[in-house]
Ligand binder design. Structure first.
Ligand code: ADP
Ligand code: MG
Length: 624
């Protein structure tokens, strides 16, 4: 005798269902797409099983692979049936009672946030099977696994719990019967369902039959000849695989024959959901072998930092029955990955050459992934170097430039590429580090993101020229550029040699708790002092990032002692040398304040309380 058992939904699932049921009215079409995509997945999985097992082990082996949609206007019902892999009783309970997504809690938080901000964003999340409740007041799922075990039925109205009972006499696969809610009756009408399927599912690689009639043309677009594919077809395909209504930013379709047979169709989407705050993007490129899907949203076919790409890679060199683990370990997959990655980076460079303005838009949205590529993947450094963009002291209208452009403008005797990190163009230009560069007319890159200095330090060089941060202690611009004669005279003014030496040794003593060394600067023009790094591998920005990381882990966020360079031509420093003799205790206050100011200009932290109190003491003295 068959008895029904009742099961509670997992808490997260119920929360998801509440969001789906209550806030998604505008995007209802999505449920058809989600159910068809599950049906297609189930068919792909069965096809995969059938390739790797004996036919006798497969239940209903002869049943054709297809998706059947039946509509019943009177009963207000839509039924979607597939002849895929099916689900056993246990699978029904776990797959349709919990959320498949990894990290379901953060996923939910993001989803709820998206629902609050803009309902149309939700389509991007793929709420999956549960989308059935967007249009259904009751959903029944009848399923029988490919292994031939007994069939079961799952029934729920989406509130709190679902029921499971035996369901004899089923064929292999899954039948989903959705009883439509009030206001959703259109999904039992042929014109409506046909238009939704055409819009979202025309590239499903199995026949979709609607009331007996096949409504999609099954094709593998990527396997066709490029010259025969129209832009519209590409666009439609992109929208299908990326689950979006946006246009892609870039498209690359290419094939190779030797040494590997690869056919790849890749798209760069329009938006970057990761920088929009929706959490980490998961890979979106499917791996096929001779038009048969072997790894959906493959983690291995592209490097992790290209996870923003959507598309298809097909290689007939791969064995059909390869497992995920084998894919990960496969030297062949690694080779394919290299070929595709290089080809894609080359394509980006070509696009940039064709239209730099559009490339800059891409860079703004997706540049962060390329930077991640530089810091995580040694292999593509030279290709990635060409694609980087930074603002510079000579970029017009603050438009970022490429490194190749920097090289073109470089002075003939210049051996290094200079850069300096700061929170913004304005902040950098107001600071001490660019003074001598301006004066000598040497171009300097502005790195304004925390990751930038790591990127350049990983890149190490571009076209044989080393990257050098302008906050390095041993930096010298002596032999570079020209200082006008009139300016040279000014350089000869200031403190005399002995006074300067006295002041420096006094400063070393006074600031010995704070600095590693004090020296006379050869490159400051207007500012009295600046902080420089004795360590040539670390910039202040890198240290700041790493110190913040340590703090987050509960460790000390201290940074190493820096060097202080003073400008002995500056009025303030000259006066300090006098003050040191006449009023030493006040001179100490001034020295401390100069040090703090220089630290702040280097983007490093000082003790704010101590500084404010000292500052008031100095102001007090000034007004008296
Ligand atoms: P996802 O498709 O992202 O895994 P879904 O919520 O759409 O998430 O589906 C959850 C799970 O339920 C699927 O991973 C699959 O295991 C199972 N499932 C859903 N629909 C079907 C179906 N038609 N046939 C077989 N299994 C299915
Ligand atoms: Mg799904």
């Amino acid at each position: 005798m068959s008895t029904a058992t009742t099961h509670e939904f997992q808490t997260e699932t119920q929360k998801l269902l509440d969001i789906v049921i209550n806030s998604l009215y505008t995007e209802r079409d999505v449920f058809v797409r989600e159910l068809i995509s599950n049906a297609a997945d189930a068919l792909e999985k069965f096809r995969h099983e059938s390739l790797t097992r004996n036919q006798e082990d497969l239940f209903d082996a002869h049943v054709p692979l297809e998706i059947i949609i039946d509509l019943d206007e009177d009963k207000k019902q839509i039924t979607i049936t597939d002849t895929g892999i099916g689900m056993s009783k246990d699978e029904l309970i776990s797959n349709l009672g919990t959320i498949a997504h990894s990290g379901s809690n953060s996923f939910l938080a993001e989803l709820a946030e998206a629902a609050r901000k803009d309902v149309s964003l939700i389509g991007q999340f793929g709420v999956g099977f549960y989308a059935a409740f967007m249009a259904g007041s009751k959903v029944r799922v009848q399923s029988r696994s490919w292994d031939g075990s007994e069939g079961y039925e799952w029934v729920s109205d989406g509130t709190g719990s679902f029921e499971i009972s035996e369901c004899p006499g089923l064929h292999r696969g899954t039948k989903i019967i959705v009883s439509l809610k009030e206001g959703c009756e259109d999904y039992a009408k042929k014109y409506k369902v046909e238009s939704v399927v055409k819009q979202y599912s025309s590239f499903v690689p199995f026949p979709i039959k609607l009331d007996g009639e096949t409504i999609n043309t099954v094709q593998a677009l990527w396997a066709r000849n490029r010259s025969e594919i129209t832009d519209e077809e590409y666009l439609e395909f992109y929208k299908f695989i990326a689950n979006t209504s946006d246009d892609p930013t870039y498209r690359l379709h290419f094939s190779t024959d030797a040494p590997l047979a690869i056919n790849a169709l890749l798209f760069v989407p329009k938006e970057n959901f990761e920088i929009m705050g929706f959490g980490r993007v998961s890979p979106g490129v499917n791996l096929y072998c001779q038009k048969i899907l072997i790894d959906q949203d493959s983690e291995t076919i592209l490097p992790e930092w290209l996870r923003f790409l959507k598309g298809v890679v097909d290689s007939e060199d791969l064995p059909l029955n390869i497992s995920r683990q084998q894919l990960q370990d496969s030297a062949l997959v690694a080779k394919i990955r290299r070929v595709i990655t290089k080809r894609f980076l080359k394509h980006l460079n070509e696009e940039a050459k064709k239209d730099e303005e559009s490339y800059l838009k891409f860079w703004e949205t997706f540049g962060i992934y390329l930077k991640e590529g530089v810091t995580s993947d040694f292999e593509y450094r030279s290709e990635l170097g060409k694609l980087l963009r930074f603002e510079s002291s000579k970029s017009k209208n603050a438009t970022p430039i490429g490194l190749a452009e920097y090289l073109l403008r470089m002075n003939p005797d210049q051996e290094e590429i200079y850069y300096i990190n700061g929170p913004s163009r304005e902040a950098i230009e107001a600071g001490p580090y660019v003074e001598m560069f301006k004066k000598k007319d040497v171009e300097i890159l502005y790195t304004t993101e925390p990751i930038d200095d790591f990127v350049l330090s990983h890149l190490a060089e571009f076209d044989g020229k080393k990257f050098v941060s302008a906050d390095r202690a041993d930096l010298s611009l002596d032999d570079k550029g020209d200082v006008p004669e009139s300016e040279k005279e000014k350089l000869d003014q200031g403190l005399a040699e002995t006074e300067s030496k006295d002041l420096i040794s006094w400063l070393k003593e006074t600031l010995k708790e704070k600095v590693a060394d004090v020296s006379k600067s050869a490159r400051l023009v207007d500012s009295p002092a600046m902080i420089v790094n004795p360590d040539s591998y670390m910039t202040s920005s890198m240290e700041r990032v790493m110190a913040a990381g340590r703090l987050e882990k509960g460790m000390l966020g201290e940074i190493s002692k820096k060097n202080l360079e003073i400008n002995t031509d500056s009025d303030l420093i000259c006066k300090l040398a006098e003050l040191m003799k006449s009023d030493e205790s006040f001179a100490v206050e001034i020295a401390m304040q100069i040090y703090d100011n220089a630290m702040i200009q280097a983007g490093l932290t000082v003790d704010p309380l101590e500084m404010v109190e000292r500052n008031y003491r100095i102001l007090h003295k000034a007004v008296n």
